[in-house]
Design a protein around this ligand. Sequence first.
Ligand code: NAP
Ligand code: SF4
Length: 675
Amino acid sequence: MSNFNHMLSPLNLGFTTLKNRVVMGSMHTGLEETNDWNRVAEFYAERARGEVGLMITGGISPNKEGAVFPRAAMMTNTEDVIHHSILTERVHKENGKIIMQILHAGRYAYSPECVAPSRIKSPISPFFPKELSHDEIEKQIDDFVKSAYLAQQAGYDGVEIMGSEGYFINQFIVRHTNQRNDGWGGAYKNRIKLPIEIIRRVRTEVGTDFIVIYRLSMLDLIPNGSTFGEVIQLAKAVEHAGANIINSGIGWHEARIPTIATSVPKGAFAWVTKKLMGHVSIPVIASNRINTPEIANDIIKHGCADMVSMARPFLADSHFVRKSRTKKAQQIAPCIACNQACLDHTFSGKISTCLVNPRACHETELVIQQTPNPKNIAVVGAGPAGLSVAITCAERGHHVTLFEKSTEIGGQLNLAKKIPGKEEFRGFVDWYNEMTTVYHIDLRLNTVASVDALHPFDEIVVATGVVPRNPHIPGQNNGNVLTYIDVLHDKAPVGENVTIIGAGGIGFDVTEYLVRDGKGTSENLAEWMIEWGVTDPAKHVGGLAPEGPHTKYPNRKITLLQRKNEKHGAQLGKTTGWIHRTSLKRKNVDFIGGVNYDFIDGDGLHISFGKQRNNPTRIKADTIVLCTGQEPLNTLANELMSHKRPFHVIGGAAKAAELDAKTAINQGIRLAAIL
Ligand code: NAP
Ligand code: SF4
């Protein structure tokens, strides 16, 4: 038996048995909306081959008004049944189990036709919802029931009824969004009538041998949310109405507390699920920020839940469970909870994928095959671009030599892992180290690859990365000026009054590093909860601490500057930029935009504003840190060119502007697929 025997033990539901306790949670990948059902089927089939116990599809609407956005996937007719049958058949062929999530967005639907219990606009939507009449509520219930019936016809093993995250059903449950005074509002028993009626009628429709999961909001993290007594009351009623399993919902989408970002401690909400254990006799699932088999196994072992749900980790590695079972857990590609290629894509209307694994959701198009013609391949530079091309080439059967001039692999990932709240990058670099060993890559650290040394290779890949951009500010050679590398890598001393020049991703990271003296709260749950104002929902409604978030003020005064006249951090991730801004503002960081950098002297930085260089001002600073972007490091590429040696160039060495790890890794894997 493997070390993860709690997570890997089967779960008998009576009429069916799940092969292990791991659920792939629902994700809006955008795949269902492509209408390419072979692609959708392959996405799920690949995860079934990876041995996950149960998969839940992305949210599928039971009707037009409930769709998250116009043209979002629905299950309303026989054509939908035919399409979905393609994926259920493929999953069953791979010995997997899959259920369909029925998601009605209510007032979160991005449409002027959205509906809700009351006409109260959500802070994250521009649309006022229509308040439903009694008959219209009955119609919504009928649509849920019909959708569940059609899902059964399509061959699904069950449905998950989405009752959390602030969607339609959740909007009925709390007074914050339900201000009705008919039989669907007012007293709690009226407000939970909607989910109970949906579950009860769905169960009647689909019979007993069909999984019905209810996702229950255990911690709303909004004002006027549920008390924990109400959560228990609802859970009991859900069981009584016919659900087989309860899944944990944590935080409404409009909550201003992060619940899945990388700075949230691992397994941060398992204690909430644990509070429900023993109050119901059906299995309960824990979710949010679970991304390793160790954490998943511990959650079950310590009685926090009967099962665990992970979603994004199955984008990063479709074979998470199989690798755990076969004692290859070290080889699981880690989800670093960055959201950069999954949720940020979803919210930009793009298909999700994964920064760590660009094959996710592209399984039918980006195919990695064994090579019939093994070559000797040299890769120069062991940052994310070089590592991904090297590992994928080696995986395909090529002989790979990886040259790295420094003492360690990882490149810029080694800077990222020093930032408080980005500790997940450590595991990412560890994984790369593991994979270079697994695929027998000839790794040459402390080695600068010369043109001569590259002579014997069949293919040369230049992935030499970037150097900091020189902003050429008069006086920047003053002793009080550092680059981000001096600060993060070389740990140069930094004063109490600091000015950061450049508010891109690295400017934000360096500021976060300095305001926290290099130490965040993401590895200390108690401190993190105090920082964000999260508390026990049994003591305070919705889990919001009455005193609100608590800020530990820094020992430094920091000013973060940019030339652009726009919101700071506008280029950061759609789903995470607000977290970085909030965190720094609470630490009293001054954001100043629209500036000219006039000159630097011993007193600090002299700036002015606008084309006329108005309001010249001195920002007193004992340290100024340059975070002004990057330029390609292409010395080797130029030398190879002058020797007329053919080569490939990827990552920052090709184009540094706006290059991030997501692009670098994607370029590496795509090149490796065709070498
Ligand atoms: P960046 O995002 O391009 O930011 C550099 C900033 O420096 C620019 O926003 C620019 O702002 C300023 N700048 C550029 N040239 C300048 C010049 N000549 N003089 C003065 N200021 C200048 O680059 P980065 O911060 O180095 O980050 C590199 C990459 O890593 C980016 O793709 C970034 O998205 C990614 N990254 C992302 C994150 C994250 O999402 N959390 C974290 C780290 C890195 P103005 O023109 O307005 O002054
Ligand atoms: Fe995880 Fe980031 Fe990949 Fe999303 S993009 S699955 S958060 S590693």
